[in-house]
Design a protein around this ligand. Structure first.
Ligand SMILES: C[S@@+](CC[C@H](N)C(=O)[O-])C[C@H]1O[C@@H](n2cnc3c(N)ncnc32)[C@H](O)[C@@H]1O
Length: 283
């Protein structure tokens, strides 16, 4: 008879390790690098989303940060609770980050997040400009980091983030820095709220309404994609302003050009023609 495998209780690891992306940092120099990047824009409060056994939580607190460690796996939460005496300034929330209320005061994020929920995590931080998220240093999949930072931006949601935040692929991180190593390459993504957003936060929902519809088919020619809202005369003005040909695919516009499209709409297009706002500008 084959021997029984040890249960997750016996190993102290969750049975849903893959789904929860429990790839713990095993390299102290990676922790130091993340802290160094976080120092570039220090925030009074830092969230460690998916704190695990505290590879980032404890050093962050030892560096003097106030840390909110969020972990939804009871086994890890228990482990981390046992370590809280090692450093002051840590609060542990045993919770699902996607469901819990977010802080109301400005905060940063330094985290090695579960890859399966990367987009949802970033969405919670950046979909609503009223969320007081200021600066992030996050380990995510290299492929995702490339997608979030690529030019041009063809996905409306990512474009929305980039109108308010600067996203940068800081550096790749090889899988052997984690235990167990993930099957994919990883990267550090830094996120910093722009001092001057490209669209006013109060206009964000209206902007999202426009780009969600206009970017439905990124390969569509600009004239056709923006045709539902702009008159031919307004489109003529727009292509001059953007310095593009009327037939370029709408998906090639960069963030600044989108800001100009939006401004033009607000200025010249009659409000009854504007696309419906998408979501809300509030959290
Ligand atoms: C990649 S590990 C990082 C652990 C630790 N920060 C480290 O770097 O060693 C991701 C962690 O997120 C936790 N996690 C997964 N989904 C979560 C969620 N929805 N809310 C909070 N934590 C979650 C997992 O249990 C796991 O401990």
């Amino acid at each position: 008879m084959p021997k029984n495998k040890p249960t997750s209780r016996q190993t102290g690891r969750s049975a849903h390790a893959n789904f929860s992306g429990q790839h713990l940092i095993r390299d102290k120099s990676l922790v130091r690098r993340m802290i160094e990047l976080a120092r570039l824009s220090p925030q009074p409060l830092v969230l460690d989303i998916g704190a695990g056994a505290g590879a980032l939580t404890i050093p962050l607190a030892q560096e003097g940060w106030r840390v909110l460690a969020i972990e939804n796996d009871p086994l890890f939460a228990r482990k981390l609770r046992g370590k809280l005496v090692e450093a002051e300034g840590i609060r542990l929330a045993e919770a699902d980050f996607l469901e819990m209320p977010l802080p109301r005061k400005p905060f940063g994020v330094v985290a090695n997040i579960p890859f399966a929920i990367t987009t949802a995590v970033l969405g919670r931080l950046m979909d609503h400009p009223a969320v007081p998220f200021r600066h992030g240093v996050l380990i995510i999949e290299l492929g995702a980091a490339r997608r979030f930072t690529a030019d041009p931006v063809t996905q409306a949601r990512i474009l929305g983030w980039r109108m308010q935040f600067d996203l940068k692929l800081a550096e790749p991180v090889p899988p052997d820095r984690f235990s167990p190593p993930p099957r994919v390459q990883c990267a550090i993504l830094t996120v910093r709220r722009k001092k001057e957003p490209l669209v006013r936060p109060s206009d964000h929902a209206r902007f999202m309404g426009l780009v969600t519809q206009a970017l439905r088919v990124p390969a569509a020619p600009l004239y056709g994609a923006l045709g539902p809202w702009f008159t031919p005369a307004q489109l003529k003005h727009l292509v001059k302003l953007l310095r593009v040909d009327r037939s370029v695919p709408v998906g090639v516009l960069n963030e600044r050009q989108w800001a100009a499209v939006f401004e033009t709409m607000i200025r010249y297009v009659e409000p009854y023609r504007w696309p419906k706002a998408c979501g809300s500008s509030r959290r």
